[in-house]
Design a protein around this ligand. Sequence first.
Ligand SMILES: [Ca+2]
Ligand SMILES: [Ca+2]
Ligand SMILES: [Ca+2]
Length: 155
Amino acid sequence: MLNLKDRAIERVGNAGQNSLFGNAQDNVPKGGAGRDTPFGNRGNDRLVGGKGQDTYAFEMQPDAETNVDALVFRSNDRVALSDRFFDLEQTNDGIGKAFTNITTGTIGEDSRILYDQDTGEVFYDTDGSGGDDAVLCARVAGSSDILTADGFFVF
Ligand SMILES: [Ca+2]
Ligand SMILES: [Ca+2]
Ligand SMILES: [Ca+2]
């Protein structure tokens, strides 16, 4: 494990499995080869998994101004959502009905994670089709692969 909490510098993993921790600044953790888990922490981070099946962790309070991370996705990468800040249930199908692709689908009462396929934006919506606004959490960059419910899990 590389623990890199101190400064807003680039964090770089090696060929093994790395957990890379950012801090409250805007960080660019880079996993390199291997199955990595970049954690941005607060700040508008750029998370780069690199080669291998990587996991992008959403482990802090969503905030559309101070915590929107760019996820440099490659195919088969996944997103992990902390149950401290995301009120979601793990299902056999990732997060199941809580996931809605708003480019192709309609927001329902169970929708929590909204994905705009055209812009790559990912939002958290605490009440789906209810009146509360969705909060921008991340932008997916680097892959034209389309996110689906089973690309997410809760931890
Ligand atoms: Ca962040
Ligand atoms: Ca950060
Ligand atoms: Ca990697």
